[in-house]
Design a protein around this ligand. Sequence first.
Ligand SMILES: [Zn+2]
Length: 356
Amino acid sequence: MLMHAKEFLWELLQTPSPSGFEAPGQRVWAQYTRTFADQVENDAYGNTWAIMKGMSSQPTVMLEAHADEIGFMIHHITSDGLLYVRRVGGTDHAIARGKRVVFAGDLGEVVGVVGNTAIHIRDREGEKVPKMHDLWVDIGADTKEEAEARGLRIGQVGVYVDGPLELTPNRIIGRALDNRIGGYIIAEAIRRLQMGQKPTATVYALNAVQEEIGGNGAKMAAYRLYPTVALVVDVCHATDTPGINSLEHGEVKLGAGPTLSHGGANHPLVVERLMEVAQSEEITVQHEAISRYTGTDTDDIFVAQSGIPSALISLPMRYMHSTIEMIDIRDVENIIRLMVGFVQSVKSEDRFVIKI
Ligand SMILES: [Zn+2]
């Protein structure tokens, strides 16, 4: 990984951007992509896209990722100064106890810990995953007034503190790799396209908001940009750790290449083109069967306006929605190459319309 690209990814990963409050991360992304994109724009809700003009204005290719991450929102402060929180998106509260959480308060960041009653004195019989109202965040305040004086109030959001770590040159762990890594991939794809021979198609790299709470940003921006074709990058479950039944969840290995999905939102001609590009670029891909929903922004993009031929490219990930999400940088590199190769393959007459 190039040094400047890694610095960008690290900064992105360390900037809290829970769903609905993505502006800090989007500013980092926009600042970086402005250094090579022809134009960077955003809409009212913070969807941000970088434009790379091709030889012609049509067709257009959208490379999409989501910018938001899961987190917590303060919904009650007790008279003792403890915070009770709701989940923003699918935060894994089974791992919450004993973790640090950082909130964006009015006076700056406030760090707290999710209380964990000592093993010696808690009732451990039949211990189960706690309910959200069993959990509290302790910021070290004694009273509600003290918490408020530190700039906290109901409606503010926080995330687990855990930042990124390189376990090996190929394996990275951290919070919010779902899907900052996607924002990194689409930025890197247009950076490389910009360095090479100008493609025919004009490219939008869209970093969309609010995926984790319902694909809302993708709905708005896909309608607005209405590209000829869209490639979405998000993470999928690697099923190669103990306890995951491949008979139930399929077989996806970390480091064995991006996955292509079939069915649902995935347009057969777009998937076919991706498989051709993968073959000519010698990229190994894995496959996933989608019976109905992909559970990603692809579901919202392909039905925008009168339909956008779309396909999902997924990055295998272990331990999704935890603080130790793990990815393999070789898979990341292969998705960038697949996206770049796809854009370069698009000819002026390509519309991905099924012949009837
Ligand atoms: Zn995601």
